[in-house]
Design a protein around this ligand. Structure first.
Ligand code: SAM
Length: 213
């Protein structure tokens, strides 16, 4: 398959459902989610979740922040339906269709913007532009946390990651556009984020982000 094509498998129900079926089995992801939850203030009032899937991360955040309002954003019809089902009857959460390949719509300002395993489906140019849009959409003091699938430093480490997932190269998601955590942190610093660091990492899963001053 030609990986330079801008394809996104999540537009198909089969791919979206395949992900949802194995989402809980991704090794160590709950550790990363736990560290992310620790970084987000309990006083958070307005949270945006980019590439929300079925709303898993936003729902986790709202367990301890029941008064927080949230926006769950995704482009996959299957994921949007799952998120709408999860948040049905909850007037504090809005589910919005948007493709991250184009600039974010004006959704107002947020004190928290999160994303989990989604932005790596954008090209590097788009990731970088999106991080600027995220910075602009944060309130002063607002925090961005991205629990992301990043590239490995070596082919051996990549093979080790695939092995831990129990898959081979042939099973890899052709819509992955993996980028190192170091490069993405450099972009965040260049945009003006502060407190930028990698807060947690296991092989190709990394939690990184920063704060808007
Ligand atoms: C691996 S799933 C992660 C879902 C969820 N964040 C989670 O942690 O379980 C990737 C998600 O990103 C969404 N996604 C991928 N590319 C996107 C794009 N260009 N615009 C919006 N959402 C996108 C997919 O539809 C899917 O819901």
């Amino acid at each position: 398959m030609n990986r330079t094509l801008s394809l996104n498998e999540y537009a198909t129900p089969e791919h979206a459902l395949k992900y949802l079926a194995r989402a809980d089995g991704i090794p160590h992801r709950t550790e990363g989610e736990g560290v992310l939850l620790d970084f987000i203030p309990k006083s958070a009032r307005r949270i945006l979740d980019l590439g929300t899937g079925d709303g898993r991360l936003l729902a986790l955040l709202r367990l301890d922040r029941p008064d927080a309002r949230g926006i769950a954003l995704d482009m996959s019809p299957t994921m949007l339906a799952a998120a709408r089902e999860r948040f049905r009857g909850n007037e504090q959460v809005g589910v919005i269709e948007h493709n991250l390949d184009v600039p974010l719509p004006d959704l107002g300002h947020f004190d928290v913007i999160v994303s989990s395993l989604a932005i790596h489906h954008c090209t590097d140019d788009r990731k970088r532009a999106l991080y600027s849009e995220i910075h602009a959409a944060l309130e002063p003091g607002g925090i961005f946390c991205n629990l992301e699938h990043v590239s490995s430093a070596t082919g051996n480490l990549h093979a080790r990651f695939l092995h831990a997932l129990g898959i081979t190269e042939a099973d890899e998601d052709p819509s992955n556009k993996l980028t190192s955590v170091e490069l993405q942190m450099r972009w965040l610093r260049g945009i003006g984020f502060e407190e930028v660091d990698c807060y947690w990492k296991w092989l190709e899963l990394a939690l990184f982000g920063g704060v808007r001053r």
